[in-house]
Design a protein around this ligand. Structure first.
Ligand SMILES: [Zn+2]
Length: 187
């Protein structure tokens, strides 16, 4: 999970999010199982308006597992960091700060789960090495860290499934490839 820097809030959200968040909240209050949809303006959905900026935040990689390319068969998923289904967060459904470019696998693994401990890849003090280390392809909490750091790292690994679905194996192969490329380049 690489550190990300969020670009300025897109104009479409600046001008519409208050109305759209309220629409979503009122819809869910009337019908708690109502399905989410990206509202539209100017012939495009909010999702289409913001996708390019979101994608750029991690150079087209998934914000959480760093997978690339992100599946584009159906659609490129946009993840609500604080779940839009949770009444506490209805007003963040269209909040720029709450949205991430994310692969299908991470998105479905997380589902509607939420923990206050989760690490947000664009939070100002986040650095991979502050929280995590690689161990044989797995991502583990950094050793010798304090309790809060450990809890946050563990929650993030668990909720996004960062050591599942072949991810450790892929990381190992990538790592070996880098070492090999480096070796052949210098030899
Ligand atoms: Zn992912």
């Amino acid at each position: 999970m690489r550190k990300q820097t969020r670009p300025e809030e897109p104009e479409v959200l600046r001008s519409h999010q208050e109305k759209w968040n309220r629409q979503w909240r009122e819809l869910r209050e009337r019908n708690p199982s109502a399905k989410f949809a990206w509202y539209e303006t100017g012939g495009k959905s909010a999702r289409e308006w913001i996708l390019q900026d979101l994608r750029g935040m991690n150079q087209g990689h998934c914000s959480f597992c760093d997978g690339y390319p992100v599946e584009t068969v159906t659609s490129e998923p946009v993840e609500h960091f604080r779940p839009k289904s949770n009444p506490k967060f209805h007003d963040l459904a269209f909040a720029w700060d709450n949205l991430f470019y994310c692969c299908n696998a991470c998105q479905s693994h997380k589902g509607e789960q939420w923990e206050d401990h989760l690490i947000k890849p664009d939070e100002p003090c986040y650095e991979f090495d502050r929280y995590f280390r690689f161990l044989d392809g797995r991502i583990e909490p950094v050793s010798g860290c304090d309790e809060t750091v450990r809890l946050r790292a563990e929650a993030t690994i668990r909720i996004f499934g960062l050591n599942e679905r072949n991810l450790p194996r892929h990381r190992k192969l990538e790592f070996e490839k880098v070492v090999e490329d480096h070796g052949s380049g210098s030899g």
